[in-house]
Design a protein around this ligand. Sequence first.
Ligand code: FEO
Length: 168
Amino acid sequence: MLSSGMEKAINAQINAEYYSSYLYLAMSAHFASGSLAGMAHWMRMQAQEELFHGMKMYDFVHERGGMVALTAIAKPPANWKTPLAVFSEVLKHEQKVTALINELVNHALDERDHATNIFLQWFVTEQVEEEASASAIVDKLKLIGNDANGLFVLDQELAQRVFTLPVA
Ligand code: FEO
């Protein structure tokens, strides 16, 4: 059974995952209105992935005898100056999420809640991937600079992203 402190901490992370989804959906809308359909698609897939993260925690809370308490999701920003500004914010946001996950792991270890610790390891690994993929796109955008052809090619590449629900 989850302690009330652990339950509260995971509930806060569920909100953070849903905020991430909302943030990426706002970025998707931004790109869609700016005719960068591939980037809009990538962000939409990213938003779906964050919903999955939230649901994975939602199910875990109930599985451990706790209760999910949903709270208001903050309003995300709506406009960015450049694609580089958007993806730099993704990277910064994912680094922040990594810190939140690490705090949750510390909390679980402090409580000697081994089941929660093991559950969270999936997210620890996932964050390595999340930061790496955002970082790779930031690097490409830096190389591209103001080259419209380069931006076009990257947009086509990001249009290929597929999200399939991981096996829980
Ligand atoms: Fe749910 Fe992008 O971390």
